[in-house]
Every structure is written in structure tokens, then in C-alpha cells.
Design a protein around this ligand. Structure first.
Ligand code: GUN
Length: 301
């Protein structure tokens, strides 16, 4: 079994970005700028956004964090996004999800300028992802699926002709990843089965998979008797399990029963240190790409 080390692979990507930013600065150009919006005080969301901002600094990007109370009105959030959309200093905008129930998530994600939508959640970018062939094109694909593609690429894992089973149909991970893995691209060209809470015979379907992506949010859900020998296992789960012996009061567990599954599979992502760091690397890649396109457009004006 080979561990798919997201820390290592993301560091390689971040080192490349760091070099590119240094070059930009040498040419007298501005560093990419990410604006992150966090609404409320959810512990996990707070951790993710803090880490995104910290990683921006690490590669030489600038960033601004807008931390709004969970009582913020939809109107005020809309106003902030509209302001960020027209600010030419800002290249990328992300609104951390989930949002409080009184705010319509779809309305908000639709409002982010598609050219700054580094999360790839705006329907324009979702449409481009479905219609276009390559993830190299000038649109954005959501950071977690993009990070998983980058990880498969980093480890030269063949996807062409393979049967990929994706468990979980969220708009952030499962649904876009099922489309990306089925595209005529590399990574891609898989036969994809998208499974969800109403799937019958899930175990039988998983047993046919060459690649399994577990993205359903249930700790240790995927067991060793659900996978075939030498399958590739991608664990997207980041479940907080109470553990009062830890300083922060919890441990992180993935959606895969790691110890047992690791004995049977060919490759597996750890939690933490697998998909998580790749999500951030992909977000940084998207932000750099947004900055290149936007700053070229500003110079031409
Ligand atoms: N919530 C969970 N994953 C993500 C993500 O990748 N981006 C944003 N904006 N919110 C999330």
C-alpha cells in the first residue's frame, strides 16, 4: 500500500507558486489577492478559512478575511460581494460554506463574479466544467475535486478506462468529481458510478470499483469488505470525533475505516494530510490563475 501524501504533493505545488509570485514581484507586478468571507462561528469552517489565509501568506499572496456574525443579513452579504467583485485589487473571492439558514446559498454563489470565483461554485463555472474538456481551460473547478485530480496526477495513477465509484453527491465534492472523472481528459476517462443515500447494493457496486472516493461525511463508513484487492481509495471525510484526551477535544476521522482498508488497497489518502492540503493547493492554483487573467485585463484597459 502506498500512502497518497497530500502534504507532500501540495508542498510541491506551493513551492512552484511561490517561485511564480517571486517572479511577478521582480517584474513589478502585484501578488494575487484572495478575499475570504466567513459567516458565523462554526469551528470547522473557522479552521478551514484560517488555514486558507495562512497558506496564501506562505506562497506570497495577499489576502483579506471578512469575518461576519451569523446574524448578518443577506442584503449586507450581497453588498460586500458586489463591492469585492468590482475591486480590481482583489483577484479571488471565496465564501465559506455552509451559510446560516436565513441566507440563500445559491443566490450568494451565483453573485460572485465568475472571473473571481476561485471556488468554482458560480453556475457559469459549473456549466463550463460540465461542457469543457480540460481542467486547463480558463474556468474554475471546485477546489476539492481539483485537488483530488492533482493528487492522482502527482502519483501517476492511471484513471483511463477505470471504474470510479464516488460515494456522496454534494455540490462541493461528489457531483463535480463524478463529472470530472468521466471527462475525456487525464485524469479522467473513467466509467463513473455516483452513489448516494438511496443507492441499493452499495457494497456490490464498491466491490467492482478500481477507484473509490468516499465523500459522504460518515466516519469509517467504507470497510475493507466493501473494496476489491488493490483498489485506489480517496477519503474526503473530515469528521470531528470527540476525544477529551486531546487538547482541542477531538480527533479527525475520515469516511474510510483506514487501518483495515489500508491492508487491502493499493493507494490510500490519510486523514488528516490527504485531500485536505490538496484542496488548499487547488484553491491557490485557482487564485493564481484568476490573478493572471484579471491583471492582464486591467493592464490592457
Ligand atoms: N465548505 C466545505 N468545503 C468548502 C470549499 O471547498 N469551499 C467553500 N467555500 N466552502 C466549503
Amino acid at each position: 500500500m502506498i500512502l497518497l501524501d497530500g502534504k507532500l504533493a501540495s508542498q510541491a505545488i506551493k513551492n512552484e507558486l511561490k517561485e511564480k509570485v517571486l517572479l511577478l514581484k521582480k517584474e513589478g507586478k502585484k501578488a494575487p489577492h484572495l478575499a475570504a468571507i466567513l459567516v458565523g462561528n462554526d469551528g470547522a469552517s473557522d479552521t478551514y478559512v484560517t488555514s486558507k489565509v495562512k497558506n496564501c501568506e506562505e506562497v506570497g499572496f495577499t489576502s483579506s478575511l471578512y469575518h461576519l456574525p451569523d446574524t448578518v443579513s443577506e442584503h449586507d452579504l450581497v453588498h460586500l460581494i458586489k463591492k469585492l467583485n468590482v475591486n480590481t485589487d482583489i483577484d479571488g473571492i471565496l465564501v465559506q460554506l455552509p451559510l446560516p439558514p436565513h441566507i440563500a446559498e445559491e443566490k450568494i454563489t451565483s453573485l460572485v463574479d465568475p472571473a473571481k470565483d476561485v471556488d468554482g461554485f458560480n453556475p457559469v463555472n459549473v456549466g463550463n466544467m460540465v461542457l469543457r474538456k480540460s481542467h486547463g481551460s480558463s474556468s474554475f473547478i471546485p477546489a476539492t475535486p481539483y485537488g483530488i485530480l492533482l493528487l492522482l496526477q502527482h502519483y501517476n495513477i492511471e484513471t483511463k478506462g477505470k471504474h470510479a465509484v464516488v460515494i456522496g453527491r454534494s455540490n462541493i465534492v461528489g457531483k463535480p468529481l463524478s463529472i470530472l472523472l468521466s471527462r475525456n481528459d487525464d485524469p479522467g476517462n473513467c466509467t463513473v458510478t455516483l452513489c448516494h443515500s438511496h443507492t441499493k447494493n452499495l457494497k456490490e457496486i464498491c466491490l467492482q470499483a478500481d477507484i473509490i472516493v468516499a465523500a459522504l461525511g460518515k466516519p469509517a463508513f467504507l470497510k475493507a469488505d466493501m473494496i476489491k484487492q488493490d483498489a485506489v481509495i480517496i477519503d474526503v471525510g473530515i469528521n470531528r470525533i470527540t476525544d477529551l484526551s486531546k487538547k482541542n477535544g477531538y480527533v479527525l476521522k475520515g469516511d474510510v475505516d483506514f487501518e483495515k482498508v489500508a491492508e487491502k488497497c493499493s493507494y490510500i489518502t490519510p486523514v488528516p494530510g490527504g485531500v485536505g492540503p490538496m484542496t488548499i493547493a487547488a484553491l491557490l492554483m485557482n487564485t493564481f490563475k484568476a490573478s493572471q487573467a484579471l491583471q492582464t485585463a486591467v493592464t490592457k484597459k
